[in-house]
Design a protein around this ligand. Structure first.
Ligand code: ZN
Length: 244
């Protein structure tokens, strides 16, 4: 396993997606951002927004409302909250309801991606998500009759099948021997990345991905394809909603 470092911060959520509480030491702190020795806050990326949460230290609380990625990971404090000085030991908690909803949503998008690729051969051109709602863009010049219902049914069949969702890290050369690893129309893994994190919905979809996911498809809930929009020049946007 590689060490999951961003700048000086060890990223705990990459190897333990269920971790919500942890302890750390403040390395650097300004009103613009707090750098911790270790963090389970997902910093955002791959369409998944950053976590929220709280730092608890010396009897006070600092609410965290976002993360900024630079040379270091900067946890963004809520305006006006007290800032723990460098050297302070903190307890931290990632807001569970938001993160858990985003994990279900992110995994739901991978199910959608896998189904649309398997059944229609479409590549993804973009996507974004919020808690329990998401959109994904595909290169799909013509919408076949019954497409919306067929995609929704196929996604929910994959959820009922309760496929395992495995995360592993492979050396770049090995990762790119996996067929169809990069489902997106362009290769999004930079040349400098030597270890590639793989999210595998076993038997359905394998992607290079840095996000957080549930452990099996049943944990997603139900997927509803809410809307299909034309984005011009052969592109379609699918909007989905996740429910229990
Ligand atoms: Zn993803």
């Amino acid at each position: 396993m590689s060490t999951d470092l961003h700048g000086r911060t060890e990223r705990l959520e990459l190897s333990d997606q269920n971790l919500r509480d942890f302890e750390a030491v403040v390395l650097d702190a300004t009103p613009e951002g707090i750098v911790l020795s270790r963090s389970a806050f997902y910093p955002g990326g791959g369409g998944q927004p950053a976590d929220h949460g709280v730092l608890i230290w010396q009897g006070v609380e600092t609410r965290i409302v976002g993360v900024r990625k630079g040379d270091d990971l900067h946890l963004i404090p809520a305006e006006g909250d007290p800032i723990p000085p460098a050297g302070t030991a903190v307890r931290a908690a990632v807001a569970d309801e938001r993160r858990s909803a985003l994990m279900r949503t992110h995994s739901g998008l991978h199910v959608l991606c896998g189904v649309v690729f398997r059944d229609y051969g479409c590549l993804v051109t973009g996507g974004n998500m919020d808690e329990l709602s998401a959109r994904m863009d595909f290169n799909l010049p013509e919408v076949p009759p019954g497409f919306k219902e067929a995609v929704e049914d196929a996604c929910n069949a994959e959820i009922v099948a309760d496929r395992r969702i495995d995360v592993r890290v492979l050396p770049r050369a090995e990762a790119f021997t996996i067929p169809d690893l990069i489902r997106t129309a362009t290769n999004l893994v930079p040349e400098t990345v030597q270890d590639v994190r793989i999210v595998d919905i076993v038997g359905l979809d394998t992607q290079a991905d840095g996000g957080t996911h549930v452990a099996s498809t049943k944990q997603i809930g139900r997927i509803r394809v809410a809307k299909i929009e034309s984005k011009g020049r052969g592109f379609r946007r699918l909007r989905i909603q996740i429910s229990d």
